[in-house]
Every structure is written in C-alpha cells, then in structure tokens.
Design a protein around this ligand. Sequence first.
Ligand code: ADP
Length: 327
Amino acid sequence: MKQKIAILCSGGDVSGMNPALKRFVEYAYARDLQPYFVHNGFEGLIDNNITPADYHDVAGIITRGGTKIGSARSKRFMEESFRAVAADNLKSRGIDRLIVLGGDGSFRGMERFYAETGIAFCGIPSTIDNDINGTDYCLGVDTALGVIKNAIDQIRDTASSFRRAFVIETMGRNCGYLALVSAITSGAEVCLIPEIPININDYKGCFQSQISKGRDYFIAIVSEALQNSAEISLWFEKELGIESRVSVLGHIQRGGNPSVYDRLMAYRFVTYAIDALLEGKSHSVICYTKSHFTFKTIDEVALHPYKIDEELLTLGREQFAPSHCQM
Ligand code: ADP
C-alpha cells in the first residue's frame, strides 16, 4: 500500500498557495505517495474534511491567487481534545505526514500536534508580511510586492496630474518589510515603518523648498503597523498646504496572479518539504536564507521576532533620511 501525505493551508492565504498545491500533487505521485487535501486549515482537520487529491484537482490553478483548498484560523485547534479528534481523522486514513502552509502560529500549533500524536509535519512559511524569523523569504511576498508596485504606479499617475500628496498604507501587522521595499522601488519621497523612526516634521523645510521649485506631488508609503496614515495626510495639508489623500491598499495585496518567483518558490518549498518528510524529518520549517534552503526548529522561527535584513534597513535609512532630502 502507498504511503500517504496531506497538505493544508492555515492562517492568511497568499498567492503562491495554488502553485504549491499543484506541485504537491504532482511530486507526491512522482515519489509514489498518495496525496490528500485537508480543506479549510485546522478546521477541516477537526471536521474530517480530508479528500484524496488528483491531477485533475490542480489543473489550471497555477495562475490563481488564494488557495483552492481554503484556509482558516481555528480556535478549536488550540484545545487538546480537538487536536485528538484531528489526529484520529488522519490516522484512520493512514496519513502520518502533513505539509502546512502558514505562519509561525500555525507552526506552533503543529509542534504541539506532533508532540501529542507523532504525526510528522513540515512547515512552509507563507505570509505576505514576510515577518517570520529565520527565513529571508515567505511564500506570497513577491506577488504582494508586485500588486503594491502596480497600485503605487497608478496612484502616481493621478497624484502628478492633480497636485496631491498620497499617503499609501501597505499591510504588515508588526513589520515594515512591504512598505520599505515598496517605497524604495517605487521612488517614494517618504517611507514610514516601525524599524526606521522618522519625525515627519524633519522633512518640512526640504519639501517646502521642493514645492517652491516646482514639485507638485508627493508619495508617502506608510506601514499599517504605525497606524498613523490619517495623521500623516493631515500633516501634508496643514504644514505644506498641499491637498492630500490616504489610500489604504488593504486586501488587494493578498490576491492576484502568482508571480513567476512565487510559483518557482512554491515548487521548490514543496519539493524540499516532501523530501524532508520522506527522509524522516518530523517537525521542522523550511527556511530560505541567503539563497539556500535550510530546515529550522519551531523555536527558531516562532520564539523570536523577525528582523528586516540590516543591509536593506541601511538602504532605507539612507534613502529616506530627512537630512538627505534634496532641496
Ligand atoms: P499564522 O499561522 O499566520 O501565524 P495564527 O497565529 O492565526 O496565524 O495561527 C493560525 C492557527 O494556528 C490558529 O488559528 C490556531 O488554530 C493555530 N495555533 C496557533 N497557535 C497555536 C498554539 N499555541 N497551539 C495550538 N494551535 C495554535
């Protein structure tokens, strides 16, 4: 009888999950495994929403954002009694290996599940916030950056035609990664993130000088982590006398056609995950650091907060320092 393996998506969905599902089914069959889908994250594990997966299930999904098998948060999975039900549902089918696409919360849950049930898992970091410690890259980030780039480019068209400041808020619960990379790569005037403290008033003299020389619009990228987009917009109106608008990009950042890089990373992550489980790795997370894949423990990824790469931060500090603002 074939050995069995399942995959689930947990927490916030990202673009790149569907390519991962496609690779999962194809590579599982290539390794002579029977693949299964668990629908709606840990909720589906508890509710026995587990189905055998076939090539037909993944046909045509590589171009689609989101996840075909659904994702969810699950309060019940926090309780041992429900985790026991979830384990029975897997064991009754002979499934003893699980791939989990999610964030550090999901991995923390799986670590408990493994300790209690012996069901092995491999975590694939998947969040657009790119805020998981131990990995430079999380699945979905590249597509999200592409969506943000397009949005900023389009907002710039209207900002420049209409003499306005635009304060564009990006996602990133506690982490300024999306805002920082987007601000650098879209030529924004201002980038406000928790990791680089800046007093907006320090730009005043420079921006006034730029306006007097003809500048007629500004783009400020602000991370949602700071929760001050409205305040910054008001600053442009009051201190610089330029009409201002806030544009909160919101959930468009989560969706969209997966980028080439996210598709490729999905394929690579899943391949490593299946190989690792077959080699006997029982409870690890695949990380991608300095262009190499490594396997880390849950403590390494979940106990410490993520820090943006120092070189990128230095670039941001230098680029957006008010003292470097060109008069
Ligand atoms: P993410 O995986 O993106 O960090 P969450 O922190 O919301 O997202 O976690 C996703 C799910 O993982 C939760 O809804 C819960 O079911 C499970 N989970 C998180 N932490 C634990 C834990 N300590 N014990 C058991 N399950 C957990």
